[in-house]
Every structure is written in structure tokens, then in C-alpha cells.
Design a protein around this ligand. Structure first.
Ligand code: SF4
Ligand code: SF4
Ligand code: SF4
Length: 287
């Protein structure tokens, strides 16, 4: 299905939902002020429906905005990766399924998009992506397509390196972190009312921007996402200094998959490995 047709279907469904009073707001995309790319849009009345767009610039994961509308009825435009975030938030009891209407869009990948610039190729995350059809939706736009096997080639290459080389690589990467916390702000799994990095008593991460403190920040954040990261890659996309955060998060995703046969966000009901405990459970390969 062509993007133009998908956009028309997004608008038609959004209009229907707002006019019938089924939802109070539709969260989708509108043209950004550069006239080329997209930005999140919050549409409250049918009169504003024509602001909605859907094209290859609609790269953002909008699911996090649902956290600001927990008690209200909301429709959201969701690509397959975004739909996994919606599932994650339902699974973790942050939002209620009945209050969310998912307008799912089948996805063949999105290009790299930055202010005033649209790439030709699909983003790296899209080249690796396993989902082509949203894992959950109330209304689907596009022809359903089968999921493929996720690939971890870059993670496996890193796994094969000497431990000293791995350490040197990550120290160099983290030394560039400016602790802007954009990765956290974009991440659908980062919603704690008080993040450990902001705590002063106890202080987990020093206020000074040293490589050691940066390392602590990034490593703990990655661990907090273990078994919860849905691979949307919004953290890496938002990082102003291009730290390859997906390499770290997907290592944990790969390990959790291998150890617990679990992938976050595929099922809103499945018990997450780190949210459950069985007395007789053993880690694979550990007696
Ligand atoms: S990661 Fe997958 S679902 Fe998300 S935009 Fe890329 S191809 Fe589409
Ligand atoms: S850690 Fe990154 S890839 Fe994982 S859910 Fe958060 S933003 Fe998405
Ligand atoms: S977005 Fe990048 S620079 Fe900012 S805190 Fe996260 S890793 Fe550091």
C-alpha cells in the first residue's frame, strides 16, 4: 500500500474515532516546521484531522506520550516497533488496554531522518527489524506481513572481541556522553518518577561528568532495560553524540532471549523474566 493511501486511512480512522467520541485525542504525526520531516501531533477535534500525515518521515515512537494520558481515551498511530512499546506499558501496568486504540501501520522500514534531511536507505534498526506487522492493533493499515528472525550480527562481532578491547571501546564511547539524558526521555521503558541518576541520597552517579560516572549511568540504564527493551532504538536515534546504545541494549536483548526465551513487548500478558521468581528455577548452564 502506498504511503499516500496509508495517510488517508489514518485520517479517516482518526476522524471516525473523534467524531464518535470513542477517543478524546489521536496521537499521530504532523509536518514539522522545516516543511519536510515529521513531528508528533495531538489531535483533539475532527477539524484538525488534515494536520495528520503518514509517510517515511514518521520515525518517532509515540508510545511514551500515552503515559501522560493514563486516565483518558487515546488513539495512537503505531508502527510494529511502537506497538511493542504499547504492549510493554500495558504489561507493566502503566496504561490500561481499554483506554488505548491502536491504529497499527504495516512497516517496511523508515530512513534516517534529521532536521531538514531525509536519508535514502532504511535506518540500521529497520534493516535488523523482525516485525513487519504491529504485534497488537485495533485497526490495521497495510497488508499484514510475516515477522522475520531478528539479527544480532553487530552484537556477535562485539562478543567475539577480547575483553580489554570491549572495555576500551565502551570507555571511549561513554567518555563522549554529555549526560543530556535524551536517551532516557525518549525511551518508552524509562518512566520512573525519580530516575536513579537524579538521586542524591544515595548518589548512584556523581554529578561530575567523568568517564567512570558516564559508564555507571549508561550501564545501569541498560540493566534497567534488560528484558524490557523493545529495540525501538529511540535512545540511539536521540543521542546527540552518536553513542551506539543499541549495541549495548541489544546485547541484553539477545542474552535475555537466549536465557529466558523472552522478547519484551510481544505479548501484553506474558510474565517478564525479571518480574517473576520461581523457587526451583536455574539459569541455563548454571547449577
Ligand atoms: S524498527 Fe521495524 S517497525 Fe520500527 S520503523 Fe523500523 S522497520 Fe518499521
Ligand atoms: S533502551 Fe532504547 S531501544 Fe530499548 S526501548 Fe528504550 S529507547 Fe527503545
Ligand atoms: S543521549 Fe547520549 S549523550 Fe545523552 S545521556 Fe544518553 S548516552 Fe549520554
Amino acid at each position: 500500500m502506498q504511503m499516500q493511501e496509508m495517510q488517508e486511512k489514518v485520517r479517516t480512522k482518526a476522524r471516525e474515532l473523534l467524531q464518535s467520541g470513542s477517543v478524546d485525542c489521536v496521537i499521530g504525526y504532523e509536518r514539522a516546521t522545516d516543511g519536510k520531516t515529521a513531528r508528533p501531533a495531538f489531535i483533539y477535534t475532527a477539524d484538525d484531522i488534515d494536520r495528520l500525515i503518514y509517510d517515511r518521515t514518521c520515525v518517532h515512537n509515540l508510545a511514551k506520550y500515552l503515559l501522560d494520558r493514563k486516565d483518558k481515551t487515546t488513539a495512537i498511530v503505531a508502527k510494529p516497533c511502537d506497538s511493542r512499546s504499547v504492549n510493554l506499558l500495558i504489561n507493566e501496568k502503566q496504561i490500561v488496554r481499554e483506554k488505548v486504540y491502536v491504529i497499527g501501520t504495516v512497516c517496511q522500514g523508515m530512513p534516517d531522518v534529521t532536521w531538514n534531511q531525509i536519508g535514502e536507505e532504511n535506518q540500521e534498526r529497520c534493516q535488523r527489524c523482525a516485525q513487519r506487522t504491529p504485534v497488537m492493533y485495533d485497526y490495521l493499515i497495510g497488508e499484514p506481513a510475516d515477522a522475520v528472525i531478528p539479527t544480532f550480527k553487530d552484537v556477535e562481532e562485539m562478543e567475539g572481541k577480547d575483553i580489554a578491547d570491549k572495555r576500551a571501546f565502551w570507555q571511549e564511547q561513554f567518555s563522549r556522553c554529555i549526560r543530556c539524558h535524551a536517551c532516557r526521555q525518549f525511551c518508552p521503558g524509562c518512566y520512573c518518577s525519580e530516575c536513579f541518576v537524579d538521586q542524591l541520597d544515595p548518589t548512584w552517579v556523581g554529578i561530575r561528568k567523568t568517564t567512570a560516572d558516564n559508564e555507571m549511568w549508561n550501564t545501569i540504564r541498560a540493566f534497567h532495560l534488560a528484558g524490557r527493551c523493545i529495540s525501538c532504538n529511540e535512545c540511539e536515534r536521540s543521542c546527540p553524540v552518536n553513542i551506539p546504545l543499541s549495541l549495548l541494549n541489544r546485547k541484553l536483548e539477545k542474552d535475555v532471549g537466549e536465557m529466558f526465551e523472552f522478547q519484551a513487548g510481544l505479548d501484553s500478558e506474558a510474565a517478564a523474566p525479571f518480574a517473576t521468581f520461581k523457587k526451583d528455577e536455574h539459569l541455563k548452564g548454571v547449577e
